[in-house]
Ligand binder design. Structure first.
Ligand SMILES: Cc1cc2nc3c(=O)[nH]c(=O)nc-3n(C[C@H](O)[C@H](O)[C@H](O)COP(=O)(O)OP(=O)(O)OC[C@H]3O[C@@H](n4cnc5c(N)ncnc54)[C@H](O)[C@@H]3O)c2cc1C
Length: 366
């Protein structure tokens, strides 16, 4: 089977790797350079908590298993760091965290409570007087993923396996014969044909060249990320605080993201606005991590989430269209390995995966 995958972020790279392992002939096309999309501007927390409803939490939990299985195949390229994650709230919001923990336990997801002293022992850089005495939720299965190493490794494996990966190669048109998609056209006018075309374009999945009947409705939001030297904020785990999230980002850096899910869109266009927002975020974070006071050696970026309108993945064929598949999701870092495994099997064997049943794109096309 010949498969064209449009988009080489975590989703497209993972799918290409799984499809080539199942014997497909794979062509990956990306408009940009490697890791130039949302996957390069992600907090990249691999997690399954805070992800209702039940079907979605189950999918994310299985996503962690799939990442462990994939990482085990590349023991010398360590991109998956399951450090565990710790979350605490302001005292007035602690009951909501307790409710979340009860639900996760009822769903069989392993979580437990830490007290303040245990958290401080695990994270000695935290300022004692800035940590509340409310219980800390510990999720042992969680961690973070180095998206660049992950994508590079998988795309290189695709090439080694005989697949084709072209960057700086935008798809400008989708070739259709009525309701059958048969290929794509590139900017140089060249036409490529395949048995299946898969839209892995993330936040661009509803933009040209995808006509409205080939695209899920998206409701993207913007996020801010600040990368600081780890000497200024030497955290060891993913830490979710009432106002920001922070995690290690390799041996030399830590990554901070405000945890209100949305920052102003204006920041994506305004370097000055970004710098001001970063300075405010760092001032706030410095109350917990005093080493951040006065830090000047940091990088600021914004990312745009690939968010289907109802917040859930859109994975599968579209009603009435053949030869075409969608694979677009938020939490794509957590879900990439699993969605790719299931989707490659669906594409190649035609057998639908039951885990994906709640996430079919046809819910958008009534
Ligand atoms: C601030 C922020 C924090 C996040 N935090 C987390 C988190 O903690 N955990 C988590 O699991 N997820 C998180 N996410 C979400 C996650 O990063 C995304 O779901 C994931 O990166 C999407 O991957 P993708 O491969 O679908 O998209 P992308 O990485 O954007 O890749 C899509 C690719 O399609 C290409 N493309 C677009 N149009 C065309 C075209 N016409 N022709 C050819 N190529 C094209 C683009 O160049 C791009 O490379 C976060 C996102 C943001 C922005």
């Amino acid at each position: 089977m010949e498969i064209i995958i449009i988009g080489a972020g975590v989703i497209g790279a993972s799918l290409a790797f799984e499809a080539i392992n199942l014997g497909a002939s794979v062509t990956v096309l990306d408009a940009g350079e490697r890791v130039s999309g949302t996957s390069g501007t992600s907090f990249a927390w691999v997690n399954a908590h805070g992800k209702p409803p039940r079907d979605y939490q189950r999918l994310n939990d299985a996503g962690i298993d799939a990442h462990q299985a994939l990482q085990a195949r590349f023991p010398h390229r360590r991109w998956l760091h399951l450090t565990g994650s710790a979350e605490y709230r302001h005292p007035h919001d602690a009951p909501a965290l307790a409710t979340k923990a009860e639900q996760l336990t009822a769903w069989g997801y392993p979580v437990r409570w830490l007290d303040k002293e245990t958290l401080l022992a695990q994270e000695p850089a935290l300022a004692r007087d800035a940590v509340p005495t409310t219980p800390v939720l510990w999720c042992e299965r969680e961690g973070w993923l180095d998206t660049r190493l992950y994508i590079d490794t998988l795309l290189d494996a695709v090439i080694d396996g005989g697949g084709s990966v072209s960057t700086a190669t935008p798809v400008t048109a989708i070739i259709r014969q009525g309701n059958r998609v048969t290929g794509v056209t590139l900017a140089n006018g060249r036409a490529l044909h395949a048995d299946r075309v898969v839209n892995c374009c993330g936040r661009w999945a509803d933009s040209p060249p995808f006509q409205p009947d080939l695209a899920p409705p998206l409701a993207p939001t913007a996020g801010l990320l600040v990368r600081v030297p780890s000497a200024a904020a030497p955290v060891r785990h993913v830490l979710i605080t009432p106002t920001f999230d922070i995690r290690p980002d390799g041996p030399d850096h830590s990554l901070i993201c405000p945890n209100d899910l949305e920052v102003s869109w204006a920041l994506t266009e305004s370097p000055t606005g970004r710098d001001q927002a970063a300075a405010a975020l760092l001032a706030q974070a410095a109350r917990l991590l005093p080493g951040l006071r006065g830090v000047t050696d940091y990088q600021v970026t914004t990312g745009i989430r690939a968010l289907p309108q109802d917040g859930l993945p859109a994975a599968g064929p579209l009603p009435g269209i053949t030869g075409y598949h969608l694979l677009v999701t938020h939490s794509g870092v957590t879900l990439a390995a699993l969605l790719a495994t299931l989707t490659a099997q669906e594409l190649i064997t035609g057998q639908p995966a039951s885990l994906l049943a709640p996430f079919r794109p046809d819910r958008f096309f009534h």
